[in-house]
Design a binder for this molecule. Structure first.
Ligand code: EPU
Length: 424
């Protein structure tokens, strides 16, 4: 059976309990991998999740000139070798598979002075332009032209600039940041995104020899260094706050009690505060956090916002939690207009949700009931798995390849916590 035809089958099985280890963050590791284009030699990344997107990014980097392999002694360690012979071309067949392929733009342009990049693909939830990436790099001296679906960027040597984003775009912040590493002079990124994964990238670059001030803040200042001053390093990928929230949601909808080893509560302050308002007891631990859920949660209203607000990636999980909470929750999506498509799937499980543009009204029902559903993207797919844990009867999820892009063995982890779940 090909991966596209695989299914996850979940049956209602009561409260989850036990410990689960939170893997490294997809949205960090992909960017760290792209940043290895900046310097020759062998980079070692640890705490790398076993997800399909790592392999796709690895294939893209191999086509450009950086080979990768998992350490046979430890599958969570990835070794990337930049052989120095870089071909700054990102072909359509690879780029169209993940949005994060856009992250090769900054490193390649600053290192090679030219890039030919197919326009990026990735999740299908609305238009995801790259105008801020382009405008920022143009302010640093780059020129762009479109040729037969490919974006061709050029810059002899980028120079520093002050770039003020209208909106703190994650990807644009990362591309300007990596491009600025070798630019002449200082680049200031104002209204920069400040997700923990951006800080992880900054810390990685600094360890390599880059000069960055303001890490973790919304003003990043990058002082350009010479190309030969970077060296490869060993770096541990930050734990994945979205996967962590997935296991919190799983505990929540089953009225369970779960400990998340390796979760970083300081990276999840806002969602954890809102989960507490819903009735969960969340207790930070030395190496993670524990969650206890009441038999039934209370509804809340919430809106998605850039970090430190509630990330759009948490939304399908929280909507799933609201779908069986007591009361009514109003949800506002501020990042992606098309990101409510999974609601149709939750309706098939008996949820009571109405959507209107950027808003959803979720009326909590006492019980969901199992049905066949289709995962439309990574996070919504995981949310459907969580919904299946709470639904009476059997829930069969197709579109599993979406979930595999961002989740490291979700079936094994939930099964370990006592869920009745398997793949077939
Ligand atoms: N935007 C523009 N112009 C730009 C850049 C962004 O209009 O030049 C818009 C986008 O269209 C979108 C919004 O700004 O409406 C947010 O985009 P952003 O650049 O912040 O997001 P991204 O870098 O494309 C990353 C994550 C997403 C996550 C968002 C928001 C990766 C690979 N992807 O995307 O994660 O939803 O930030 O937090 O890091 C996922 O992991 O499943 C996922 C989709």
């Amino acid at each position: 059976m090909d991966a596209g035809a695989e299914q996850i089958v979940v049956r209602h099985a009561g409260p989850l309990s036990g410990e689960v280890n939170v893997p490294g963050a997809k949205n960090s590791v992909l960017k760290l991998m792209a940043a290895t284009l900046l310097t020759d030699g062998v980079t070692t990344l640890t705490n790398v999740p076993d997800i399909a997107d790592v392999a796709i990014m690895g294939d893209l980097l191999s086509a450009i000139g950086v080979t990768w392999a998992r350490d046979p002694a430890d599958a969570a360690t990835v070794i990337l070798t930049n052989h120095g012979a870089i071909t700054p071309v990102a072909p359509y067949e690879l780029v169209e598979r993940i949005r994060a392929s856009i992250n090769v733009l900054g490193p390649l342009l600053t290192r090679c002075g030219t890039v030919t990049l197919s326009m990026p693909g990735g999740d299908d939830f609305g238009s995801r332009p790259i105008d801020m990436h382009v405008a920022g790099l143009e302010a640093m001296g780059a020129t762009f032209e479109m040729r037969q679906g490919y974006l061709v960027a050029r810059a002899e040597r980028l120079h520093g600039a002050t770039i003020t984003f209208e909106f703190p775009s994650v990807g644009a912040t990362e591309n300007i940041l990596t491009a600025a590493v070798f630019a002449k002079g200082t680049t200031i990124i104002d209204n920069a995104a400040r997700e923990p994964e951006i800080s992880d990238l900054c810390n990685f670059l600094v360890a390599m020899g880059a000069d960055i001030e303001g890490i973790g803040s919304s003003t990043l200042m990058v002082h350009g260094v010479e190309r030969d001053s970077l060296r490869p390093v060993r770096h541990e990928v930050v734990p994945d706050r979205i996967q962590a929230a997935t296991y919190i949601a799983a505990a929540a909808v089953t009225g369970g009690e779960v400990t998340l080893i390796n979760a970083r509560p300081e990276h999840m302050e806002m969602p954890l505060r809102r989960f507490a308002e819903m009735g969960l007891t969340i207790t930070p631990q030395t190496n993670g956090l524990s969650v206890w859920a009441p038999p039934r949660m209370r509804s809340i209203d919430f809106a998605t916002l850039p970090y430190p607000g509630i990330a759009t990636d948490y939304k399908p999980l929280i909507v799933t939690m609201l779908s069986i909470a007591s009361g009514v929750g109003i949800v506002t999506e501020n990042l992606y207009p098309g990101r409510f498509r999974y609601v149709e799937e939750l309706l098939r499980l008996g949820a009571d949700i109405s959507t209107d543009g950027h808003h959803a009204v979720v009326r909590g029902v006492r019980q969901l009931s199992g049905a066949p559903v289709r995962a439309p993207d990574i996070r919504a797919g995981a949310a459907l798995v969580v919904a299946g844990l709470a639904a009476h009867g059997e829930t069969i999820i197709t579109g599993v390849s979406h979930i595999d892009r961002g989740y490291d063995d979700i079936v094994g982890r939930l099964s370990h916590l006592g869920a009745d779940i398997h793949r077939r």
